[in-house]
Design a protein around this ligand. Structure first.
Ligand SMILES: *Cc1c(COP(=O)(O)O)cnc(C)c1O
Length: 388
């Protein structure tokens, strides 16, 4: 009996301790954690520098209202601005809130309402971010939705050109659709996106909630497609598990977020900023980011080699340390087989196994995960062969 709303189909695992890329459950069983709280614990569980920063803050000040000067916010905002094309930052507590703020800012700054979003996208669960999410199963039962959203297919330039008009306030995209199946945006599409935003004077919102903070081997994933977003939203990896989100925007948008226009009680409180400052200071260095890129390339290559012979595997895709193994069969049984063998992985859509190790993962752990995944896929592949 549980007093919780059954909003999650929970697994029968109770984690009690985390260290680096390892989770230990209440029976002492250890798992290699390639979920990392869904791309949240980018520095691994209980990273010493993040722990130390939080512990220090814990004994001086937890929270003050945003009516006060908050030095941590100034520092984290400067770090985010220094490593992005944005100029100003607004702090909130989650990805959905960051996207909610982005929708509000885009409307207010442009005076327009229409927003184009991608099918299979995921932007969150609030009424605004849910409307931006191009998945019917997420809308089901919660209508009427926020109006004036049009959903188009990622990487289909014609559909995009047909959907955007002079009345479009913004286009919101993920550079790699995380929940939607680890689907990367193509270079050509990115170019078209920039061109259309310019042509119709609409804003480009890049949702980096899952791909940002070093996940793809650059500070943000949009850099690799040479996009120049007007608004960037981040959350997941920003606090390494401490709830915090942010919207980063270009200077032209400053006036639209004038005093009293938007706000959050908890957004950017000193504890959240202590975590975020420690994370961003660690992640946003050329050495750290190059290491992520290198490990991502290595892992992808290892996976391609190890999985090449299985007929149920379609392809390995993604970039840096957000990778997906797309299958011709349902991902769920593979994920269960992995878990039983001590590897925690996620689905992304019905047919993709999503791999999101902490960015501090070692090559040895990547090798171990590759081995377990190959065993799990072999087991499912065999069952599949028998059933044909
Ligand atoms: C997880 C996610 C969100 C929602 O973040 P929450 O913190 O759960 O509100 C939004 N966009 C993307 C791309 C995500 O992966």
């Amino acid at each position: 009996m549980s007093a919780l709303f059954p909003t999650y189909a929970r697994w029968d695992v109770t984690a009690v301790k985390g260290e680096g890329a390892t989770l230990t459950d209440k029976d002492g069983k250890q798992y290699l954690d390639f979920i990392a709280g869904i791309a949240v614990c980018n520095l691994g569980h209980c990273h010493p520098k993040v722990n130390a920063a939080l512990e220090k803050q814990l004994h001086s000040l937890w929270h003050v209202s945003n009516l006060f000067q908050i030095e941590g916010q100034e520092r984290v905002a400067q770090l985010l601005v220094d490593h992005s094309v944005g100029d100003y930052v607004f702090f909130c507590n989650s990805g959905a809130e960051a996207n909610e703020a982005a929708i509000k800012l885009a409307r207010k700054a442009t005076g327009k309402h229409h927003i184009v979003s991608m099918k299979q996208s995921f932007h969150g669960r609030t009424l605004g971010s849910m409307a931006a999410t191009g998945q019917e199963k997420i809308h089901a039962g919660f209508g009427p939705l926020l109006t004036e959203f049009t959903y188009v297919t990622l990487n289909d330039e014609k559909e995009l050109a047909g959907a955007v008009t002079a009345d479009t306030a913004a286009i919101i995209v993920e550079v790699i659709q995380g929940e939607g199946g680890v689907l990367p945006m193509s270079k050509e599409y990115a170019k078209k996106l920039s061109q259309i935003c310019e042509q119709y004077q609409c804003l480009l919102i890049v949702d980096e909630v899952q791909t940002g903070i070093g996940r793809t081997g650059t500070a943000f994933a949009y850099e690799q497609l040479e996009l120049s977003p007007d608004i960037i939203t981040v959350a997941k990896g920003l606090g390494n598990g401490f709830p915090v989100g942010a919207l980063i925007g270009k200077k032209e948008l400053k006036e639209a977020f004038s005093p009293g226009s938007h706000g959050s009680t908890f957004g950017g409180n000193p504890l959240a900023m202590a975590a975020a400052e420690a994370v961003v200071t660690e992640v946003f260095t050329p050495e750290f980011l190059a290491d992520v890129q290198q490990k991502g390339d290595y892992f992808k290559q290892r996976l391609e080699q190890a999985l090449a012979s299985f007929s149920i595997v379609k392809e390995v895709r993604g970039n840096g340390l957000i990778l997906g193994v797309a299958c011709h069969v349902e991902a769920a049984p593979i994920i269960t087989e992995c878990r039983e063998r001590g590897l925690l992985v996620l689905p992304a859509g019905p047919n993709v196994v999503r791999l999101l190790p902490p960015l501090i993962v070692s090559n040895e752990e990547l090798n171990r995960a590759t081995g377990i995944l190959a065993e799990a896929i072999a087991a499912v592949n065999e069952k599949e062969q028998l059933s044909i």
